[in-house]
Design a protein around this ligand. Structure first.
Ligand SMILES: CCCCCc1ccc(-c2ccc(S(=O)(=O)CCO)cc2)cc1[C@H]1C[C@H]1c1ccccn1
Length: 240
C-alpha cells in the first residue's frame, strides 16, 4: 500500500496506544483511581499535571452486549455519525481524507463555563488487528485519534483555545456460540471496549473545573455513545 505523510507517526502511535490499552489497570503503573462505575462500565483516572495544567489520563473499560468491535469502531470513526453521539461538539470538519482509514478533523467543542471555548485538530485512524491471543477468535478493532498541526488552522488564533489529545478506542469482540449450533445472533456477541484518553486543555483552566468537567462528561460520553451503537445496529446484520 502507498504510505502517506502521516503513516510513520500513525503506525507508531497505534502500536503504542494499543499495547497500553491491552494492559490491565494493575499493569498500567500505579495511581489509577476508579472514579466512575455503572454496571459493566468502570472508569479510572490518574491525577497528572503538566506546567500546572490538569492532563489526567483516563482509562475506561466497558463490556456491551449485542454489538461487535468493528461496529463500535465504525460508528466512532465515521464523521457522518458524530453529531448524533458527541454531545459537546459544536462544529466538526474533515480537513483531509488521507486514506479510507485515516482522516484529519477540526472540531470546536461547546464552551464550558467559566473556561474559554476549545477546538482540536487531530488525525483519526481505524485499523483491524489480528487477535494474537486467540488465533481463531474475532479480530480486534481500534480507532486512534491524535492531535496534529494544520497550517490552515493555526492554534489559538481565533476565539478558541487549542487542546491537545491522544485517544485510543480498542474493541475486542466476544462470541458465545449457542449450544444447539444455531446461527450466531446479537444475543451471542458482546464487545469489550477500552477507551483511553489524555487531553491537555491547552490554555490554563482551574484544576477543580477541569476535573469536575471530566468527571461529568466522560461517563456521559461513553454511555451515550454505546447506547447509540446498540440502537443503530439492533435491526442490522452483524458486522464482524
Ligand atoms: C474546559 C474544558 C476543556 C476541554 C473540553 C473538551 C474538549 C474536547 C474533548 C474531546 C475531544 C475529542 C474526543 S474523541 O474521543 O476523540 C471523540 C471525537 O470527538 C473526546 C473528547 C473533551 C473535552 C472535555 C469536556 C470533556 C469531554 C469529555 C468527553 C467527551 C466530551 N467532552
Amino acid at each position: 500500500a502507498i504510505q502517506h505523510r502521516l503513516w510513520p507517526e500513525v503506525d507508531r502511535l497505534v502500536k503504542q496506544q494499543v499495547a497500553m490499552a491491552r494492559m490491565g489497570i494493575g499493569e498500567c503503573g500505579t495511581g489509577w483511581q476508579l472514579f466512575a462505575e455503572d454496571g459493566e462500565m468502570k472508569m479510572y483516572r490518574r491525577e497528572e499535571e503538566v506546567d500546572g495544567m490538569v492532563v489526567d489520563p483516563l482509562k475506561a473499560v466497558h463490556v456491551v452486549k449485542g454489538i461487535t468491535g468493528h461496529e463500535v469502531c465504525d460508528y466512532f470513526f465515521n464523521p457522518k455519525y458524530r453529531y448524533d453521539w458527541e454531545t459537546t461538539l459544536e462544529h466538526m470538519t474533515v480537513l483531509e481524507t488521507i486514506s479510507d482509514d485515516t482522516l484529519v478533523f477540526l472540531q470546536t467543542h461547546k464552551r464550558i463555563w467559566p473556561a474559554s471555548q476549545r477546538d482540536v485538530v487531530f488525525w483519526s485512524h481505524m485499523r483491524k488487528l489480528p487477535n494474537d491471543q486467540d488465533r481463531d477468535g474475532p479480530d480486534i478493532w481500534t480507532v486512534v485519534n491524535n492531535s496534529t498541526e494544520s497550517p490552515e488552522h493555526p492554534a489559538n488564533v481565533g476565539k478558541c483555545v487549542r487542546i491537545y489529545l491522544t485517544v485510543c478506542l480498542l474493541c475486542q469482540t466476544r462470541v458465545h456460540p449457542p449450544k444447539d449450533g444455531a446461527p450466531i445472533t446479537r444475543n451471542n456477541v458482546s464487545c469489550k471496549i477500552t477507551y483511553c484518553s489524555v487531553v491537555n486543555p491547552g490554555g490554563w483552566a482551574p484544576a477543580s473545573v477541569l476535573r469536575a468537567v471530566y468527571k461529568r462528561e466522560y461517563p456521559k460520553f461513553l454511555k451515550r455513545f454505546t447506547s447509540y451503537v446498540i440502537n443503530q445496529t439492533k435491526n442490522k446484520p452483524l458486522m464482524f
